[in-house]
Design a protein around this ligand. Structure first.
Ligand code: GLU
Ligand code: ZN
Length: 314
């Protein structure tokens, strides 16, 4: 096949940070922001921001603006205009329509509870039922099951075969487009070459890779950062009350984020400006410095410095 020339051509580096505006940025999301920013900048790349507000049931009023102001306070300036998923319904529907026209989509009436009762993985129950569109969820017939990929940080990843083969949701019964669909459509639209994000998305990545294949588009390379956890298995999140990071005094949290990512800043860099701290970090950062663990436990006490590196669990 005459594809060698294309494959060996290096893609322009385009990275992104894609927060969901379900609350203010906390230390866990700062890691994804700083990690993706440093990797892009250390590779002379562009760094984009996308607000993942597709699931309007989880959006908190004012959170998008608050997140953007926080990024600015941390010196994390994006290179192109911010995109918002809620403004892209037409593009998502166009992809859904294209998949429907290829006979790859079917309507499903199964509830989450029913799927849980059969072990949590959908088994194609409605594939030939031809439910009407009204109040139906839409599933994509999986043609490109992907169970292995190479992660730039975590190495070879293997995902359960059954999960890889699942006909997954692309549109929910409440009419909302599914995260799995929109994240890929957006990464294609933004020409993303590198996705650097938290290791909680290690498994969904296999599914996203299958969708890139389905849509016949080049997939980005993935690098999954260790997840900041309050205790093993519990990621810092709005749900477990991870405190918002300070916009007024960003240096301590930035300092901790750099340490979390494997850099070894000296305390003296705290006397620099935020921009100078980031300049130092861009010069010093290498992906190989990032710990190859899936989780790093950070202090639960919001008044102490976040990163005590109490334990590193893999
Ligand atoms: N919006 C997702 C989140 O906040 C991240 C998605 C991604 O980076 O692909 O968890
Ligand atoms: Zn079903």
């Amino acid at each position: 096949m005459p594809t060698t020339a294309v494959n060996t051509q290096k893609r322009e580096y385009r990275g992104r940070f894609a927060p969901s505006p379900s609350g203010p940025l906390h230390f866990g999301s700062l890691i994804a922001a700083v990690g993706s920013f440093l990797d892009a900048k250390a590779n002379q790349g562009k760094w984009l921001v996308r607000i993942e507000d597709i699931d309007t049931t989880r959006v908190v009023n004012g959170a998008s603006d608050d997140i953007l102001h926080t990024l600015e306070a941390y010196g994390l300036h994006w290179d192109e205009s911010v995109i918002y998923q809620t403004q892209r319904h037409e593009q998502y529907q166009a992809i859904v329509d294209e998949l429907i026209s290829q006979n790859l989509v079917y309507t499903c009436h199964c509830t989450r509870k029913e799927i849980k009762a059969i072990g949590g993985i959908y088994q194609g129950h409605c594939r030939h039922k031809n439910h009407s569109l009204a109040d139906s969820a839409l599933r994509l017939t999986q043609q490109f099951a992907t169970s292995n990929y190479d992660d730039l940080i975590q190495g070879e990843i293997h995902v359960d075969n059954q999960l890889a083969q699942e006909d997954y949701l692309i549109k929910r019964s409440d009419g909302l487009f599914a995260y799995q669909l929109v994240v890929v459509v957006d990464d294609i639209a933004q020409g993303i070459s590198h996705v650097v994000r938290g290791a909680d998305l290690l498994e969904p990545t296999a599914r996203q890779l299958s969708l890139f294949k389905q849509l016949n588009q080049p997939a980005p390379q993935y690098a999954h950062l260790p997840l900041a956890v309050a205790k093993p298995g519990f990621k810092l999140s709005k749900q477990n009350y991870a405190p918002a990071i300070s916009k007024k005094d960003p240096k301590p949290a930035l300092f901790d984020a750099l340490r979390f990512l494997g850099l070894q800043p000296e305390a003296s860099i705290l006397s620099l400006s935020i921009e100078q701290m980031l300049e130092w970090a861009i010069k010093t950062y290498r992906m190989e410095l990032v710990p190859k663990s899936l989780e790093i436990q950070v202090s639960e006490d919001p008044n102490s410095a976040f990163c005590d590196f109490l334990t590193i669990t893999k």
